[in-house]
Design a protein around this ligand. Structure first.
Ligand code: PLP
Length: 516
């Protein structure tokens, strides 16, 4: 078997990690953290991990379309393959490794109970095209989860099929568009507060609306008089996030909704931050017409590299008739799935279909397992602990980091800091990269846009005080270096497998093919 670096990649090339303390190794490995080249560099197209008999020519049914040259895919033996991917996986940071304080992302622990439930053969081995009579249990799960989501939000109904938060936003806005068109009142503008997540204006534009910003007050909340002044017969909806992305609850939400409704428009709430209020506040009581719920945030299903998202959308009575197909309906003795064929009769005003099948079934089972294992009192404690943890971080750091809205009272589930007070030449990016050297995933940075050099830290309810104290210790020391103008911060990360990358170039000109 080849040693990992025996072909292609050469130690000491610019890709190799230089030791921060000047320690370099001939292999590029650092202790037991192994440098790993690309599979194209170590594999050969003449190597294969399995022995298969040569196929007999008579079984070739490709006619003249058989490939004339080898495919050129790299091959490795089985143990080399296992090691390649295991080594790569060790260079990845995950919620199972430590705190993942990405603000707005709610990177919380994925309970193993959820995983066990999702892997039960009765759920895991289903096919979406199986006859309805053979999947009654799965339809029952969708229906029960729907019931919980409706109850927790105080809304009228829920569209389960959207596959992520942003997909849910599109679902909600398409419901709003269909409702307005049904009353012969097509409108052209969607208002979005300036602190909104980028997906909000993107969704509105994708659905064909012009987007206009609503400014924030000095306290980081929606400016109600400015909103009222802009409302008019051309406004279709307001897209508002509550709690908002500054980590603050929009206290005037009811007045905001009333003003929007009085102008004949509808209220879309971005529910990605539901983790901060679940079990305590029902958006339906605040006048919300549509809100997506990120099951992969509030209800702990894996996300990021760990799994697909899921973004069911709860709807008010006014919007319910326009919800997408398919949906599950309880009938005498079981459940039925309403598809296009039935849709004309069962849901004549539905705006149509958004996904191939019924939604993210694996996420539904996980979310329901989470909800049932917590119960209503447990979910209430989730939001309480999430807010407590964020306030502990805020108050433990606001003497070294500027907290723009810290003076106006407690935050919700995330603590927001700015780069105010950093020495010239030191930026938020340097602080985030220095956290990597301390063994922490960086926080969300440069978002929300309303705060200069923003650092948005969301600990979630899952972290212990000991973990928070360690994180605080690391961030405090980096913040002090940033204020003192420690220029070595520009070198961070020094201990990661890769040093600082040109992320803009990587995003603008991604190199997606290997040229040997
Ligand atoms: C995560 C998030 C979204 C988008 O959700 P996805 O599931 O990533 O599509 C939208 N708004 C806010 C505030 C979010 O935090």
């Amino acid at each position: 078997m080849n040693a990992p670096n025996s072909s292609g990649w050469k130690p000491g090339t610019p890709e190799a990690p230089e030791g921060a303390s000047g320690i370099e190794t001939v292999t590029g490995n650092r202790g037991l953290m192994l440098e790993e080249p690309l599979i194209f560099e170590i594999g050969g197209s003449d190597t294969c991990g399995v022995d298969l008999p040569e196929p007999s020519r008579d079984t070739n049914r490709l006619g003249g379309l058989a490939r004339s040259e080898p495919l050129g895919l790299p091959g490795l033996s089985e143990p080399e393959t296992v090691r390649h991917y295991t080594r790569l996986s060790r260079q990845n940071y995950a919620i199972d490794c430590g705190i993942f304080p990405l603000g707005s992302c709610t990177m919380k622990h994925n309970p193993r109970l959820n995983e066990k439930v999702a892997r039960m053969p009765g759920f895991a081995d289903l096919h979406p095209l199986q006859p309805e009579s053979t999947v009654q249990g799965a339809l029952g799960v969708i229906d029960e989860l729907a019931h919980w989501l409706i109850t927790l939000t105080g809304m009228h109904s829920v569209a389960m099929s959207p596959k992520a938060g942003a997909h849910g936003e599109l679902c909600g806005i398409l419901c709003i568009r269909a409702a307005l068109e049904a009353r012969g009142d097509a409108r052209s503008v969607i208002l979005v507060p300036e602190s909104a997540h980028g997906t909000n204006p993107a969704t509105a534009a994708f659905a064909g609306y012009a987007v206009e910003n609503i400014p924030a007050t000095a306290e980081g909340r929606v400016d109600l008089p400015a909103l009222k002044a802009r409302l008019g017969p051309d406004v279709a909806a307001l897209m508002i996030t509550n709690p908002n992305t500054c980590g603050l609850f929009e206290r005037e939400m009811k007045a905001i909704s009333d003003a929007v409704h009085a102008a004949g428009a509808l209220v879309y709430c971005d529910g990605a931050n539901f983790n901060a209020i679940v079990g305590r506040v029902r958006p339906g009581d605040l006048g919300v017409d549509a809100m997506h719920i990120n099951l992969h945030k509030t209800f702990s299903t894996p996300h990021g590299g760990g799994g697909p998202g899921s973004g069911p959308v709860v709807l008010s009575e006014a919007l319910a008739p326009f919800a997408p197909l398919p949906f599950v309906r309880a009938v005498e003795g079981g459940f039925e799935l309403i598809e296009e064929e039935d849709g004309v009769a069962a849901a004549p005003q539905s705006f149509g279909r958004m996904t191939a099948f019924h939604g993210q079934m694996g996420m539904f089972t996980r979310a329901l397992a989470y909800i049932l294992s917590h119960g209503i009192d447990g979910l209430r404690q989730v939001s309480g602990d999430a807010v407590l943890n964020a306030n502990y971080l805020l108050r433990s750091l606001d003497d070294v980091l500027d907290a723009p809205f810290g003076g106006t009272g407690p935050c919700m589930h995330e603590a927001l800091f700015s780069d105010e007070g950093f020495a010239d030449g030191v930026a938020t990016l340097d602080v985030a990269k220095a956290l990597i050297d301390e063994g922490f995933h960086p926080m969300t940075m440069y978002f929300p846009l309303v705060v200069h050099g923003a650092m948005l830290v969301e600990p979630t309810e899952c972290e212990s005080k000991a973990t928070l104290d360690q994180f605080i210790l690391a961030l405090r020391s980096i913040a002090e270096r940033a204020k003192a103008g420690d220029q070595s911060l520009h070198q961070a990360p020094r201990l990661a497998p890769r040093r600082r990358l040109d992320e803009t170039l990587a995003a603008r000109q991604p190199v997606l093919t290997y040229e040997g």
